[in-house]
Design a protein around this ligand. Structure first.
Ligand SMILES: *Cc1c(COP(=O)(O)O)cnc(C)c1O
Length: 371
């Protein structure tokens, strides 16, 4: 028998694969999709733009042809939307792919990667897979104004001469927390110019907090800044896997060296471009999410539960010592949430904000379980 773990590169040996939560395919088969309320993966319950669906249908005629390896049309549309050059854009098979590749390209053995406690799990995976050392900065305390959110001062303190890359999310998953414009600008001004800062804005389109600002505004000033976005959340195209990064053209050029030439498929390119153009659909679903997020948070707080402040389409909720059995009982009633043990938040569950009907079913099941 070959010891494949011993054969693997040092960074891979200590790695645990990304935990996608429950096996939904098996659950759907066992219970039937209609009886399940799936609130574990932060998907958009309102579905993709009808124009994106039509674009996929239209693209079916050309399945035998390779997709555009440059993603030129989508990049043109993104460049116009964000007011950047196409050379500042990198397309990914989901932003997850790009988050992994930034570490692969810019960090390695002997280097450090800085991220936050309760930050998105992919950052640690990316650092370890690249063979770099991960340094975790403590998150804000539970009684902070932004409980369990990123502590930008702690992140700064974690940077050493060996640091190549800092990953942070705004807003963050799994906490839903965010930081404001001024705090981030102050942070960035203190990061050494050769340390790359990756700001993951997977939920940016869902934010309604007035103090929030995208890091895109700071790109012209900071060549070490990288912003990632995705079509998986607000644009409701998780099944097609399209994400992108915006950064300095010279940074993108280096990243292009490792990009697999057809990493974004033809259906994804077509759907993303159509979804981007349908601002009416985006705004309608984002507005519905804000309404439901507030309503669900209020309903949970009315039940005495602690709910982390959120600017996303999910809520981090504390269930205390009974978390595991509450979660198991909810699964038995067909309600799928995301356990948080892997994040060191074993007393919490992460709940995707669903439609009004889905949220009502969740609350009814919760009342039954806790009665
Ligand atoms: C969902 C999510 C992503 C990315 O997803 P892709 O589907 O790979 O684009 C990235 N970052 C965070 C914080 C997320 O929650």
């Amino acid at each position: 028998m070959i010891d494949f773990v011993a054969l693997a590169q040092p960074g891979i040996r200590g790695l645990r694969a990304y935990d996608p939560g429950h096996d939904l395919v098996a659950l759907r088969r066992a219970v039937g999709s209609a009886r399940l309320v799936e609130l574990g993966s932060n998907e958009n319950p309102y579905g993709a733009s009808p124009k994106a669906r039509q674009a996929v249908v239209d693209a079916l005629a050309s399945l035998h042809i390779y997709p555009d390896p440059l993603g030129g049309d989508l990049k043109q549309a993104l460049a116009a939307k964000h007011g950047v050059e196409t050379a500042q854009l990198l397309l990914g098979n989901g932003s997850h792919e790009l988050l992994m590749q930034f570490a692969q390209v810019f960090a390695g053995a002997g280097n450090e990667v800085v991220a936050s406690q309760f930050g998105f799990a992919v950052y640690a995976l990316a650092a370890q897979a690249a063979g770099a050392t991960l340094r975790l900065a403590s998150a804000n305390a539970r009684d902070h104004a932004m409980p369990r959110g990123h502590d930008l001062d702690a992140l700064l303190s974690a940077i050493t001469p060996r640091t190549k890359l800092v990953y942070l999310a705004n807003p963050n998953n799994p906490t839903g927390t965010w930081y404001g414009r001024d705090a981030f600008a102050g942070f960035l001004a203190q990061v050494p110019p050769n340390v790359l800062v990756v700001v993951d804005e997977a939920y940016a389109e869902l934010v309604d907090a007035p103090d929030y600002a995208s890091a895109l505004d700071l790109l012209a000033q900071y060549p070490n800044l990288i912003v990632t976005r995705t079509f998986s959340k607000a644009y409701a195209l998780a099944g097609l896997r399209v994400g992108y990064a915006v950064a300095h053209p010279a940074c993108i050029a280096v990243m292009e060296r490792v990009r697999e030439s057809f990493n974004v498929n033809a259906l994804g390119l077509a759907a993303a471009q159509a979804a981007l153009a349908d601002t009416v659909h985006l705004q309608a679903t984002a507005a519905a999410n804000v309404v439901q997020r507030h309503a669900l948070a209020d309903a949970l707080r009315d039940r005495g539960l602690w709910v982390c402040p959120s600017q996303t389409n999910f809520l981090l909720v504390e269930f205390g010592a009974g978390t595991d059995w509450i979660e198991a009982a909810l699964v038995a009633s067909g309600i799928i949430l995301r356990p948080m043990g892997g994040y060191g938040l074993g007393d919490c569950l992460r709940i995707t904000v669903g439609t009004a009907e889905e949220n009502a079913r969740l609350l009814a099941a919760l009342d039954e379980v806790q009665a």
